[in-house]
Design a protein around this ligand. Structure first.
Ligand code: F3S
Length: 64
């Protein structure tokens, strides 16, 4: 599994990813989600996948 990224152009700041997996996501000052520096994608894989599935605008993805 690679790196998690949030596409800020797509994100509408709904906060679902933060609610589902606060270890990996936080809302930045611009009101959009960002991936926490400390997020361990491997450990948080389940929560991150849930967030990917739950995001209403498919703004979250993995890079390989
Ligand atoms: Fe944005 Fe989707 Fe999260 S809209 S706040 S990346 S659930």
């Amino acid at each position: 599994m690679g790196k998690v990224i949030v596409d800020k152009d797509k994100c509408i700041g709904c906060g679902t990813c933060v609610a589902l997996c606060p270890e990996a996501f936080e809302l930045a000052e611009d009101g959009k989600a960002k991936v926490k520096e400390s997020a361990d994608a491997k450990k948080l894989e389940k929560g991150i996948k849930e967030a990917i599935d739950a995001c209403p605008v498919q703004a979250i993805s993995f890079t390989s």
